[in-house]
Design a protein around this ligand. Structure first.
Ligand code: PLP
Length: 418
């Protein structure tokens, strides 16, 4: 049975908004399937950057002239848009460079102030390095201990193992919403409820969730939620941390400098209100403004429609790859348990070779450890290939990707010499 796209989803109109999709690579139309690394940008977002620099550029928060007021208004409007997009209030949303910086902010500002020797931090084995390394650094400084929840052979979080770790009353559970390798969507609302019941704080890494599905942090009820603009149509260099307002108020600043203070004396300083307390120095104003425009774009298409569209693409990719004897697929087989990506390997070809051969057809996929060396060790591989989809990809592109895998067999021969 072949998959169909909902008749109401106008993927060609969406594609027309993305100038880069008209590019050719080696004479072939670009098929961009590396969206989990970063997404492409629509004309509206690119225009917002140009318009900001041509019309309103000034520093925010401290000027009294017209441009400074316009820039401040645009920056704060963007904050409100991004906050509302995830069901939060603007006071709870700190602009950061990306997910990595958002998690580091929590690790250093909350972690160093709250973690003591012997305290337990629970992570999972499906975390991206950006939700592992900051906690390792903080554990080294505080004496806290890290424990990892494993995932099952189906690529799902082992909830029994999580519950057994929760019985040890950790101080923090830091978990990814969606795995960037397995595609697994974790039950973060249930995890938060269970973690709160034992007094733990919960941080969710939403880098692969917010771009692809409706996320409501108030419903999830987590304490911290981190995500990146560049994976959801916005420019690079802008991301966000949601945190409960009372936590932001209790936490010491992450960095000191201009803008984040109320008063500075020879001996001490006091802090601006949140979230400004966590935005030292001149922020990334233009990219934040464009982040707001990216969010407008996603809302216009509709997150539920985008999720459904990506699910159709994922189902088709899984269906086609599953039929291949020489290919191993990682993560849940049921597309409803995933977001729009599929990691796989040829049984006899290194994924770097696969990615290079596909590139000759203009097909961009990623190959490597995807910043998840712990997952690679669990899967007993050094790397995987990964095709990841977004709102502008088509079923034809998924099929072109699958067909191009024959080029790999032409170069390396068929598995088992058939
Ligand atoms: N977390 C996950 C699950 C990711 O996939 C990524 C990036 O691929 C990150 C965190 C880090 O995102 P950034 O590099 O934008 O900080």
């Amino acid at each position: 049975m072949s998959v169909q796209i909902a008749a109401t989803y106008d993927v060609q109109t969406i594609r027309a908004d993305f100038p880069i999709l008209k590019r050719r690579v080696d004479g072939n139309p670009l098929v961009y399937l590396d969206n989990a690394a970063t997404s492409q940008k629509p004309r509206q977002v690119i225009d917002a950057l140009v318009q900001y620099y041509e019309q309103s550029n000034a520093n925010v928060h401290r000027g009294l002239h017209t441009l400074a007021e316009e820039a401040t208004e645009a920056y704060e409007t963007a904050r409100a848009k991004v906050a509302h997009f995830i069901g939060a209030e603007p006071e709870s949303l700190v602009f950061t460079r990306n997910t990595t910086e958002a998690i580091n902010l929590v690790a250093y500002a909350w972690g160093l102030a709250n973690l003591r020797e012997g305290d337990l931090i629970v992570l999972s084995e499906m975390e991206h390095h950006s939700n592992i390394v900051p906690w390792q650094l903080v554990a080294q400084r505080t004496g806290a201990k890290l424990h990892y929840v494993p995932f099952t052979s189906e690529g799902e979080l082992d909830m029994e193992a999580l519950e057994s770790l929760l019985r040890q009353e950790p101080k923090l559970v830091a978990i990814t919403h969606v795995s960037n390798v397995l595609g697994t969507v974790n039950p973060v609302q249930e995890i938060t409820r269970k973690a709160h019941a034992v007094g733990a704080k919960v941080l969710v890494d939403g880098a692969q969730a917010v771009p692809h599905k409706l996320v409501n942090v108030t419903q999830i009820d987590c304490d911290f939620y981190a995500f990146s603009g560049h994976k959801m149509l916005a420019p690079t260099g802008i991301g966000a941390l949601y945190a409960r307002q009372e936590l932001l108020e209790q936490m010491p600043p992450f960095m000191g400098g201009g803008s984040m203070i109320r008063k500075v004396t020879h001996e001490f300083s006091t802090w601006a209100d949140v979230p400004t307390k966590f935005e030292a120095g001149t922020p990334n104003i233009a990219d934040a403004v464009a982040f707001g425009v990216a969010v407008d774009y996603l809302q216009r298409v509709g997150m539920e429609a985008i999720q459904q569209h990506e699910q159709s693409l994922t189902e088709e990719a899984l269906r086609l790859l599953e039929a291949e004897e020489d290919i191993v697929i990682y993560g849940p087989r049921d597309a409803r348990k995933r977001c729009g990506l599929v990691s796989f390997n040829f049984k006899h070809v290194h994924p770097h070779d696969v990615a290079q051969i596909l590139d000759k057809r203009g097909i961009a996929i990623r190959a490597g450890h995807h910043c998840c060396q712990i997952i690679m060790r669990r899967l007993d591989v050094t790397a995987t290939a990964r095709a990841s989809f977004y709102l502008y990809n088509t079923l034809e592109e998924v099929r072109a990707f699958w067909k191009a895998l024959d080029d790999v067999r032409k170069v390396f021969g068929k598995y088992g010499g058939r």
